[in-house]
Design a protein around this ligand. Structure first.
Ligand code: CU
Length: 160
């Protein structure tokens, strides 16, 4: 009898500790800071890369839901050798693109990466990417925050 009671007490103590871990895990997701939510990312996509294609582009919209400015300084993905932030412009009817050093997002501001404008220029994919694949991307911010999200690969669209 005594042995059984000891076991049930240990079991209850175990449950309590487990519960504390769950509470910690839930609250960590809501705290501001590197592990918390500082930005919201929507409509993240990338065109298919046929075999032999050496570059692609990533598009998404990003909203700063923190109360301070967020400054994107770099991006990377395990599926591409390098990613740069580019901006396409049309001048005298000629489309060109240039590298952007960083993207500063004010609190509550949304910035849209889209064809013909800001985009992630993604160089040298590790393999051909097809519709419904996802591309994991990490954005690095000036304050050391890193944000991970996935670009969904979409068929029949060309990068621009
Ligand atoms: Cu580009």
């Amino acid at each position: 009898m005594t042995g059984n009671r000891d076991k049930s007490q240990i079991f209850i103590r175990g449950l309590a500790i487990f519960g504390v871990f769950i509470l910690l895990a839930i609250s960590a997701g809501e705290l501001p800071g590197p592990a918390g939510k500082l930005v919201k990312i929507d409509k993240a996509w990338s065109p298919e890369t046929p075999p032999g294609m050496t570059m692609s582009a990533g598009y998404f919209s990003i909203t700063n839901i923190s109360d301070h400015k967020m400054d994107i300084v770099a991006a990377e993905s395990p599926l591409f050798a390098s990613i740069k932030i580019h901006k396409s412009t049309i001048e005298n009817g000629v489309s060109s693109m240039h590298m952007v050093k960083d993207i500063v997002i004010a609190p509550r501001e949304t910035i849209v990466f889209e064809p013909g404008a800001l985009h992630l220029m993604m160089m040298r994919p590790t393999h051909a990417l097809h519709a419904d694949d996802s591309i994991p991307v990490t954005l690095d911010f000036a304050d050391g925050t890193r944000v991970n999200f996935d670009l969904s690969v979409v068929a029949n669209k060309a990068p621009s």
